[in-house]
Design a protein around this ligand. Structure first.
Ligand code: NAD
Length: 238
């Protein structure tokens, strides 16, 4: 009998969503391979310093991967401001980390995922499917992550790999905390627009992601799943 793979690879595992996801898998007995610019200090992982936006960095870290149960691409950056004010460089940065970083990771882990008949979970956002003020580059990068994942769900089915994009609402992570602290994110406005009146806890998101990689979702692939406390369902209050 072939044993199920015991390794998961998580990008951005040092902070926020990626850290919560790593904790969830470790609690279930998995070994975590962490790819991040910064080493995780709060959890035990096998860490490589990887810049996901750099194909060479990703390629060299992937040279001896074990069969993978799942890859979860949580590495990402935000960009807040008007497209024109942020300019060319910022647009390139957000596309190279969020979009190219996800594609680079998918390419580099394909063989290990195929060996493990694993699941790729990418991280989109509600900004991928809604218009948002001052988030043009970020939203575009996330919309493209949704499209990329839907294609991979199709392309990789024959290899036994599922690909699912998880699009969170506003998550209570360092990325959001920074926006709330510097006044770029309107906390009260978010809560007012969210039917469940809460930010998403990273742990709640991690539980959902963990479940999506499991057998209960074995026939789910190529989809974008919103985990947003109801944000997307509300187009207005009258
Ligand atoms: N926080 C939210 O409200 C929210 C909502 C929707 C989607 N997201 C997405 O979820 C993902 C995780 O966000 P978070 O809130 O946990 O952010 P975070 O800032 O807490 O964590 C991001 C992690 O990615 C790592 N990282 C950044 N650039 C990298 C690179 N080039 N190579 C490797 N690692 C890199 C950072 O070191 C950090 O550990 C991002 O893609 C973000 O866009 C966040």
């Amino acid at each position: 009998m072939q044993l199920a793979p015991s390794h998961v690879l998580i990008t951005g595992a040092t902070s926020g969503i990626g850290l919560a996801v790593a904790r969830r898998f470790i609690a279930a007995g998995f070994k975590v391979i962490a790819w991040d610019l910064v080493a995780p200090t709060e959890i035990e992982t096998s860490w490589s310093r990887v810049d996901v936006s750099d194909p060479e960095s990703v390629k060299s870290a992937s040279s001896s991967l074990p069969p993978l149960y799942a890859v979860i691409t949580c590495a990402g950056v935000s960009a807040r401001g008007s497209l024109v004010d942020l300019g060319y460089e910022d647009f390139q940065r957000v596309i190279s980390v969020n979009l190219a970083g996800t594609a680079n990771t998918a390419i580099a882990t394909f063989e290990a995922l195929a060996q493990g008949k694993g699941t790729l979970i990418t991280i989109g956002s509600i900004t991928a499917v809604n218009g948002f003020h001052h988030r043009a580059g970020y939203s575009a990068s996330k919309a493209a992550v949704v499209a990329l994942t839907r294609c991979l769900g199709n392309e990789w089915a024959e290899y036994g790999i599922r690909a699912i994009c998880v699009s969170p609402g506003f998550v209570n992570s360092p990325m959001s905390e920074e926006g709330i602290k510097n006044g770029l994110t309107n906390y009260e406005g978010i809560i007012k627009h969210t039917p469940m009146r809460t930010l998403i806890e990273p742990e709640a998101l991690a539980d959902s992601i963990f479940a999506l990689t499991g057998p209960d979702f074995r026939r789910t692939t190529g989809v974008n799943i919103l985990i947003d406390a109801g944000w997307d369902s509300l187009s207005g209050v009258v």
